[in-house]
Structures are given as C-alpha cells and as structure tokens.
Write a protein that binds this ligand. Structure first.
Ligand code: MG
Length: 157
C-alpha cells in the first residue's frame, strides 16, 4: 500500500462568463476559477496525490502550465493520463478522499455528481471516491471567498 497527498488552490476569475468546473462537473451560479487550464482544482489535487503515491513527480512536471499544449486543457484528460501512468507503474487505486474548502458555492448538492464524474474518469467504482465540502469559517483568503482550496488523499495498492 502507498499513500499520496495532493493540494491545489485557485482564485475565482474576474471573468463572469468563465464556468466553475470541479471534478469535471460544471457547477452553476458561481464564478469560475482563474487558471491556465480549466482551473479544476479538485482534479489537480487528485492528480498530485496520484503522482505522489507512485512517486512519479507532480502535476507541473507532467503538464507544465508554460506549455501551450495545456492552455485551456480539459483536466479530465490530464487525470485519465495520470491514472494511466500510475497503472503503468504497477499500482491499482484503492480509494480517494477529497476535501473541498470554500465559502461559496454550497457543494453538497453536487457531491454525488462529482464522485460519479471522478469514478468515470478514473475507471473505478464510485464507492472508491469520497468528496466532502466545507467552509473555512471565514478565516483567511479562502474564508473571505477569494477562491477554493482542495486536499486529496489517495491509497494505491
Ligand atoms: Mg491547479
């Protein structure tokens, strides 16, 4: 068994047209996250946790944000690619546990869709994916509503 930890954070974009995409799910009624890619902080944290579990580096070494190839990239494709790398290295996913921290939007109505989306992208059962939402109790920049922070832990066998 090997464990991996991942973290990511993004600030909300000033562009009101930019959609909020978390775990591959578009969440209505919220500004999107500023980023070179689609800004899917949940998927980015999961990718880093996977690479960490397999000791394969980090998201920046695999998908550098200075590379035009990844501009506006669909993070779901990056996650599928990361899963291929982890499987190629001889690991099978046991489970993923994710905590998403933001004051807004409320994530609970979207948690099941996010779990199903990640299970689909990663080719595992939804029972292997946990997504939890919480606020930062108004502390710090995340608590002031400036952005979203995500922690992810994975176990591989
Ligand atoms: Mg990111």
């Amino acid at each position: 068994m090997r464990i991996g930890l991942g973290y990511d954070s993004h600030v909300f974009s000033d562009d009101p047209e930019r959609p909020l995409v978390l775990a591959g799910v578009t969440i209505p009624g919220s500004p999107g996250l500023a980023a070179h890619s689609d800004g899917d902080a949940v998927i980015h944290a999961v990718i880093d946790a996977l690479f960490g579990a397999a000791a394969l580096g980090d998201i920046g070494s695999h998908f550098p944000d200075t590379d035009e190839r990844w501009k506006g990239a669909d993070s779901a494709e990056l996650l599928a690619s990361a899963m291929d790398d982890v499987r190629d290295a001889g690991h099978e996913l046991e489970n993923v546990d994710i905590t998403v921290i933001c004051e807004k939007p409320k994530l609970r109505p979207h948690v099941q869709a996010m779990r199903e989306s990640l299970a689909d992208i990663m080719g595992v059962d939804v029972s292997q994916i946990s997504v939890k939402g919480k606020t930062n109790e108004k502390m710090d920049d995340v608590g002031a509503g400036r952005g979203i922070a995500v922690h992810a832990a994975v176990l591989v066998e």
